[in-house]
Design a protein around this ligand. Structure first.
Ligand SMILES: NC(=O)c1ccc[n+]([C@@H]2O[C@H](COP(=O)([O-])OP(=O)(O)OC[C@H]3O[C@@H](n4cnc5c(N)ncnc54)[C@H](OP(=O)(O)O)[C@@H]3O)[C@@H](O)[C@H]2O)c1
Length: 332
């Protein structure tokens, strides 16, 4: 049977992926820098645990050699891990959202093909499900000239330190005009959204989609255009950003609602010709669900090279599992 190595595997999302894969009967190893955390969490999840430090390639060998697939659940600064995996002919799945790194991994396409390996990028919620929703919106509306993605993350939800750090780093200072309302699900009123540098928009446009823009909303009664601008201003100062990153995990004010909306437009007007929405709870659970499903579904594929999730799966492929998880998909 195949062995799946999850790097960052005892982190917030990594653990949830591991639990799902173990439940599906897979042999799983979770890895991070602490051997004791890895083995403790692994014992609880019914899998194996090992120490591996992404910053020390000399620590990768044994764990990579034993894996048929590697799921990367942390931000990397380059494509070295992905290269080491595909050179071994194994599958690589990446849940991270930094476009500059994903672009470098895309450059490994010839190496992956030569080695009969597949690397899958944009695995998760955003990027991930957002890519699949845009693919679906384009299929339903081939004349669309631009797409707008909205990602709503509830401030009552739990996120891991790496995800919180990444989000704060990506918050750019905002002007009043940057903040625009978007409606999620069946909401009657829009929530304030800001332009946000998730990788989905960039990777889709590189592959021939017309203009794509991704916007972020933070679901909480405390979030208004004013508090959003304040948050972005605070996050732009490194010292204050570090303090925020430490405080935010204890700050829950709102629900754990997680929602996506993709709107397709045929002209410069503001009325979308197609609007697809997905509404659920608990962002990390949804990310883990998509990552585990992708790992299982793509284990037997004959595809090789470096691909984004939307090049390998459609929304329909995941529809049943998303619905079982309580996610509501709708159009209109
Ligand atoms: N695509 C999506 O929709 C989506 C959604 C959520 C999160 N994410 C991304 O997923 C990643 C993980 O998020 P999370 O919430 O699970 O964060 P987390 O709870 O902080 O988990 C990160 C894990 O990585 C490990 N780690 C850190 N540095 C390492 C290194 N040098 N070598 C090996 N392991 C290392 C950490 O353990 P140690 O510190 O003990 O090593 C920890 O277990 C983030 O990059 C986030 O942006 C993507």
């Amino acid at each position: 049977m195949n062995r799946i190595l999850i790097i960052g595997g005892y982190g917030h999302v990594g653990q949830k992926i591991a639990r799902r894969l173990v439940a599906a009967g897979q042999r799983v190893t979770i890895a991070g820098r602490s051997a004791s955390k890895a083995t403790d969490v692994a014992a609880r999840l019914g899998c194996e645990g090992t120490a591996l430090d992404l910053a020390r390639p000399e620590s990768w060998g044994a764990a990579l050699d034993a894996a048929d697939a590697v799921i990367c659940c942390l931000d990397t600064s380059d494509a070295a891990l992905a290269r080491a995996v595909v050179e071994r002919g194994a599958r690589y799945l990446d849940i991270s959202a930094t476009d500059a790194v994903l672009r470098r991994i895309e450059g490994l396409d010839p190496v992956a093909r030569q080695n009969g390996a597949l690397a899958v990028l944009s695995v998760g919620l955003a990027p991930g499900l957002t890519n699949l929703l845009v693919r679906e919106a384009r299929a339903r509306c081939p004349g669309a000239q631009r797409f707008r993605i909205g990602v709503l993350l509830g401030l009552g939800d739990t996120h891991g330190p790496a995800a919180i750090g990444w989000t704060l780093n990506a918050l750019a200072p905002l002007s009043r005009g940057d903040i625009r309302p978007m409606r999620f699900g069946e909401d009657r009123h829009g929530q304030p959204t800001i332009p946000f540098d998730f990788s989905d928009q960039h990777s889709l446009m590189r592959r021939g989609y017309p203009a794509v823009e991704t916007r972020l909303a933070l679901g909480s009664p405390l979030v208004t255009p004013l508090t959003l601008r304040w948050l972005a201003a605070v996050a732009s100062r490194p010292r204050l950003r570090r303090i925020l990153a430490r405080v935010l995990p204890f700050f829950r004010f709102g629900s754990d609602r997680t929602a996506l909306v993709v709107e397709a437009f045929t002209d410069a007007g503001n009325a979308p010709v197609c609007r697809l929405t997905l509404d659920g709870r608990a962002e990390a659970e949804i990310t883990a669900l998509v990552a585990a499903e992708a790992a299982l579904r793509l284990s037997e594929t004959g595809e090789t090279g470096v691909r984004h999730l939307d090049e390998l799966l459609t929304l329909d492929d995941l529809r049943a599992v998303l619905c079982r998880h309580g996610l509501r998909l709708s159009e209109g």
